[in-house]
Write a protein that binds this ligand. Sequence first.
Ligand SMILES: [Zn+2]
Ligand SMILES: [Zn+2]
Length: 249
Amino acid sequence: MEYHLIADYHTHTRYSHGKGTIEQNVIAARKKGLKRIAITDHGFRHVGIGMRIEDIDRMRREIDVLRKKYDDIEILFGIEANLTSMEGDIDIPEEYIGAFDLILMGFHKAVVPRSLKDGWKLFFKNAMCSLVPICDAEKLRHDNTMAIIRAMERYPIHTITHPGAKINIDTRLLAKHAVKHNVFLEINSSHGFMTEEYVKVAMEEGAKFVINSDAHTPENVGNMAKGIMIAQKAGVSPARILNSQDFLW
Ligand SMILES: [Zn+2]
Ligand SMILES: [Zn+2]
């Protein structure tokens, strides 16, 4: 299976904990021959590294200037939002949802939860139960999955980043709902998540995928070799991979 990927929909810059500027990511993407790049820094409640609400306007203006400067590539202003509660809250205040061209959402640790109770379940309990087998692991896995599904139901989420990384989830159930809500599941070239095995499960449910670099340096923008390898091994057809297509949704 050959994939011709024309876009990278998940890259970080200095606005969160990436190393480069937006322009450096854009230049790197052009060098790799990409036609589209998304700048998707970490959500606001990511401790120590999340982007700042005050930066939204600045980033948007920067992107507007770069769009004029480089007219051979489409630049999207996105965000990699965080799950902050068991009810599917994410860390973008309602009034800023429309500020982004695309919203990615993933589970990360070191995020300020919506409430203490959410912090307990989402972060502490998950961490504890992965260490000592005293929990109802099946129930926790189901609750984790439902939290992500609720987020898809509540917000215009484009992609779930690295499903299954850092948190135990039911891939089949997630994939079912992702199909229903027209949400892409990411095959992440940095983490190696989803794995081949999970991709196969999601594929059985009819899921659509996106292969991203999750670059934190300009050099890594467009580096999707690992994701491509996973997709190939799982036998995903190019028609199911967003960035081998010339459309965004
Ligand atoms: Zn991530
Ligand atoms: Zn990321």
